[in-house]
Design a protein around this ligand. Structure first.
Ligand SMILES: Cc1cc2nc3c(=O)[nH]c(=O)nc-3n(C[C@H](O)[C@H](O)[C@H](O)COP(=O)(O)OP(=O)(O)OC[C@H]3O[C@@H](n4cnc5c(N)ncnc54)[C@H](O)[C@@H]3O)c2cc1C
Length: 397
C-alpha cells in the first residue's frame, strides 16, 4: 500500500514509522523547508510513553529529556509563593515519564525514518482528487503522486482538512487563550532544571533553561480579538500589548523577542469533527482532534492516534473503509474525554479572576502534601485506552 502523509510534526512521522514497519510504502510531505525547531517543553507519559517504548526511542528521549526538580511560582519581585517537586509525579508513573523539548521529541522520531521513508520538505498539497482505486495528489511544486491513502497530519490549521472536509471555522473551538513560545539565547537568570512561572489574572509567563544555553519562554494569555498567525511583527506587538504591564522578568523577555532563535504563536483551540475520514482521505493528530495546549498531552495523543491508526490499516489493507472506521471507534471517546478535561484547565494557564488565581496557587501549595498530590494527580496519569500489542519487526529489520 502506498500512503502520502502531509505534515512532518509528531503525528505524521510516528505514523510513517509504524506503516513502514508494516511494510507499507510511505511519503511524507512537509511545508517547512527543513525540520522545524522550537516549541515548549512537553511532559510525556501514559500510553504515549508506551508507544515510544515500542518504537525503541525511550533511551534517546531520556537522554535528551530534563529531570525537572522544581516548579516554582513567583510574585512580581521574583519571590517564591508556591513550589512543587515534579519528581513525585514521575515516581507515581514508575519512572515512565519524560519532560522533553517538542523539537527534540520530533527529531528523535524523525531519526527513526532515516533510510526507510522519503520526506519531501518545502512542499505541500495543492489538490486531492479521489478516484475509484485511490487518490491523485498534486503538490504545489507541480509533482503528483497516485496513492491508496492520504493522511492529513498537518496540524491545527490543516490544509488537508480544508481541502477534503471544509473550512477550519466549522471545526475549530477557540478556548480564548493564546500561546506563544520563544527560545532565547543567553537569557539571564538561568536555573537548571527549574520551571519558574509568574501568573497574574488572565496571563502566565514561564521560563525554563535548556542545556544548550538557551531558555524557553512560554506566554499564555486570554485574548478575545483576532490572532495574527503569519505576521511575526504583529505577533510580537500583540504580546507587548497584552503583557507589557506585567512585572517580574517579563519586560526583559519581551525585549528579547526580536532576537529569539525560534518563535511560535497560536490560538489554544480544539478541533472537533464528527468524522475523521472521507473516502481515502483521513486526518490524524491536531488536524483531526487537537485537544490544545491546555490538555498538556497533544504530542502523546498524536502518537497514540498514529499507532492505533497504523495498527488498523496494517490489519486490514484490503478494507480501508473498515480500518478507518475502527480507528475512529477506538479513539474518539478517549480523545473527546481529553478535550473535555482540557476545557477546564484554563485556570492553570490564565486564571480569569483574582479568585481563580488564589485557587490555583492554593492548589499548587496543596500539592506539597503527599496524599493530596496523589489524590489530585493520580487519576490524571492513567490513560483510559488499551494499546493492542505489535508483532512488527523493528525499523529496518
Ligand atoms: C514548531 C512547532 C512548535 C510548537 N510548539 C508548541 C507549543 O509551544 N505549545 C503547544 O501547545 N503546541 C505546540 N505545537 C503543536 C504541537 O506540536 C502539537 O499540538 C502536537 O505535537 C500534535 O502534533 P501534530 O503532529 O498533530 O501537529 P504539529 O506538531 O503541529 O505538526 C504539524 C506539521 O505539519 C506541517 N504543516 C502544516 N501545514 C502544512 C501543509 N499545508 N503542508 C505540509 N505540512 C504542513 C507543520 O509545519 C508541522 O511540521 C508546536 C508545533 C510546531 C510545528
Amino acid at each position: 500500500m502506498r500512503t502520502l502523509v502531509v505534515g512532518a510534526g509528531i503525528a505524521g512521522p510516528t505514523l510513517a514509522h509504524w506503516l513502514a514497519r508494516g511494510g507499507h510504502d510511505v511519503v511524507l510531505v512537509e511545508r517547512a523547508p527543513a525540520r522545524r525547531e522550537g516549541g515548549y517543553l512537553i511532559d510525556f507519559w501514559g500510553a504515549g510513553f508506551d508507544v515510544a517504548e515500542r518504537m525503541g526511542i525511550v533511551p534517546q528521549l531520556t537522554e535528551r529529556g530534563y529531570p525537572v526538580r522544581e516548579l516554582r511560582e513567583v510574585d512580581d519581585d521574583g519571590r517564591t509563593i508556591a513550589r512543587m517537586d515534579p519528581r513525585r509525579v514521575v515516581a507515581r508513573t514508575g519512572g515512565r515519564f519524560v519532560s522533553i523539548a517538542r523539537s527534540d521529541l520530533a527529531a528523535v522520531i524523525a531519526d527513526t525514518l532515516e533510510g526507510s521513508v522519503e520526506t519531501i520538505f518545502g512542499d505541500t498539497v495543492r489538490t486531492l482528487t479521489e478516484h475509484r482505486t485511490g487518490v491523485r495528489v498534486e503538490l504545489e511544486s507541480g509533482a503528483s503522486h497516485d496513492v491508496d491513502l492520504v493522511v492529513g497530519a498537518d496540524g491545527l490549521h490543516s490544509r488537508v482538512r480544508r481541502l477534503a472536509f471544509g473550512e477550519e471555522s466549522e471545526f475549530e473551538r477557540y478556548l480564548g487563550i493564546v500561546v506563544a513560545v520563544a527560545v532565547l539565547d543567553g537569557y539571564q537568570p538561568r536555573e537548571e532544571l527549574v520551571g519558574v512561572t509568574r501568573t497574574s489574572v488572565g496571563a502566565q509567563v514561564l521560563r525554563f533553561a535548556q542545556r544548550d544555553g538557551s531558555t524557553v519562554v512560554a506566554f499564555t494569555f486570554r485574548h478575545d480579538g483576532a490572532v495574527p498567525l503569519e505576521d511575526l511583527t504583529a505577533q510580537h506587538e500583540l504580546l507587548r500589548r497584552r503583557l507589557g504591564s506585567m512585572a517580574w522578568e517579563v519586560p526583559a523577555m519581551l525585549e528579547q523577542l526580536p532576537t529569539a532563535r525560534s518563535f511560535y504563536l497560536d490560538r489554544a483551540s480544539q478541533i472537533r469533527m464528527p468524522s475523521w475520514s472521507r473516502g481515502r482521505v483521513v486526518l490524524l493528530g491536531d488536524a483531526a482532534a487537537c485537544a490544545s495546549l491546555l490538555a498538556g498531552q497533544g504530542s502523546a495523543l498524536a502518537m497514540i492516534e498514529a499507532y492505533l491508526f497504523a495498527h488498523e490499516v496494517i490489519a486490514s489493507p484490503d478494507d480501508i473503509g473498515s480500518a478507518l472506521a475502527a480507528y475512529q471507534r477506538r479513539l474518539m471517546p478517549f480523545v473527546r474525554a481529553k478535550q473535555e478535561a482540557a476545557t477546564r484547565m484554563g485556570i492553570a494557564f490564565a486564571p480569569r479572576s483574582r479568585t481563580e488565581l488564589l485557587l490555583r496557587n492554593t492548589a499548587i501549595r496543596a500539592a506539597r502534601v503527599p496524599w493530596l498530590a496523589d489524590l489530585a494527580i493520580g487519576s490524571t496519569l492513567r490513560d483510559a485506552i488499551n494499546l493492542p500489542p505489535t508483532h512488527l519487526p523493528p525499523m529496518g529489520g
